[in-house]
Design a protein around this ligand. Structure first.
Ligand code: UDP
Ligand code: GLC
Ligand code: MN
Length: 337
């Protein structure tokens, strides 16, 4: 199986942390395939050393950027132009078949069976299910395909400014041609979908094999209180309850147990951001930071129905509080009765 590999991408140190957690989760579930990470020149030296401890190959690539501000703005993710760097995964011709996985994915069980699938196999995107989500896909490295993809990208651009737009336009028969190329959703369960279709998550969620922390806020934007074993809000992210707390906790537990020690060894005495809550800082300080960054108020603080509606429309949904499934169900039942 040495000619097959799982591949990920990290152009900076934060995504490199995610890549290490992903790589370690694949190892913990005894993958028999090689692990490869593509990195950009901005990944710090010690971080590269730590990546070497998890991955069989750490490969430097040219970072490409779509610079397509207009389409990226539609997704409210100006940072995602660099994701077209993903297209370089087709250059890995030392492998006959690969599975690409975003650095914000976490593997929950062995998924080596994905190598039985053909190019281009992927799961539906939760936002537009006739498109595939490019966070997890099976592909065959090929210089020819790589060149064609770059040419396609240069000539036609990407409808979302990132790799997913190009790949869906290039592999444009995915939705209709061959059902075996549709990966079950459990191979790319995005945390967004959990809340947008909670009954389905309740029914099928226990079979999840890969969780994808899709969206602006990533696990590494939170912080971790190792003493209490709790994930906390962080200066750039909202309350942790907006992501499924269990998966988020699993991510941090893996990071704390297996990745942080590698980073500490690689960095030695040099400072780096561990993501751990500073044990010496009092709880009030943490509260101050939250207020400074204007987080949505905690769920216990009651707000008017109109304000709740406005927050919902602005994407600030209190999934585990006022806007929880059971509350919505109760409301619907009251109308039906
Ligand atoms: N990525 C990266 N650097 C960046 C942004 C993205 O290396 O600055 C890579 C990383 O592998 C990431 C993938 O591109 O997982 C796709 O981006 P992201 O996961 O943020 O997109 P989302 O899934 O949230 O739409
Ligand atoms: C998506 C995918 C991600 C991709 C991005 C940009 O939402 O999850 O993998 O890089 O869009 O196209
Ligand atoms: Mn992603």
């Amino acid at each position: 199986m040495s000619d097959q590999a799982f591949v990920t991408l990290a152009t900076n140190d934060n995504y490199a942390k995610g890549a290490m957690v992903l790589g370690q989760s694949l190892r913990n579930h005894s993958t028999t395939r090689k692990l490869v990470v593509l990195i950009g020149p901005h990944v710090a030296e010690p971080c590269r050393d730590a990546l070497h401890s998890v991955f069989d190959e750490v490969i430097m690539v040219d970072v490409m950027d779509s610079c397509d501000a207009a389409n990226l703005a539609l997704m409210k993710r100006p940072d995602l132009g660099v994701t077209i760097t993903k297209l370089h995964c087709w250059t890995l011709v030392q492998y006959s078949k690969c599975v690409f996985m975003d650095a914000d994915t976490l593997v929950l069980s062995n998924i080596d069976e994905l190598f039985e699938r053909e190019e281009l196999s992927a799961a539906p995107d939760p936002g537009w299910p006739d498109c595939f989500n490019s966070g997890v896909f099976v592909f065959r490295p090929s210089k020819e395909t790589h060149e064609e993809l770059l040419k396609f990208c240069a000539e036609k651009g990407s409808f979302d400014g990132g790799d997913q737009g190009v790949l869906n336009s290039y592999f444009n028969t995915w939705a209709t041609a061959d059902i075996s190329k549709h990966l079950p959703f459990i191979y790319n369960l995005s945390s967004i979908a959990i809340y947008s279709y909670l009954p389905a998550f309740k029914q099928y969620g226990h079979d999840a094999k890969v969780v994808h922390f899709l969206g602006k806020v990533k696990p590494w934007n939170y912080s971790y209180d190792a003493q209490r074993g709790e994930v906390r809000g962080h200066s750039v992210s909202p309350d942790p309850c907006q992501m499924h707390p269990n998966y988020l906790l699993q991510w941090w537990q893996l990071y704390a147990a297996s990745v942080l020690p590698l980073m500490q060894k690689a960095y030695g005495d040099a400072p780096f951001s561990s993501g751990f809550v500073d044990q010496s800082s009092p709880a009030e300080l943490h509260q101050d930071v939250r207020e400074q960054h204007q987080f949505p108020p905690p769920p216990s603080q009651r707000v008017s129905s109109e304000e709740r509606k406005q927050r919902w429309e602005a994407g600030q949904i209190d999934y585990l509080g006022d806007d929880s499934f059971s509350n919505i169900e109760q409301k619907l039942n009251s109308f039906l009765k």
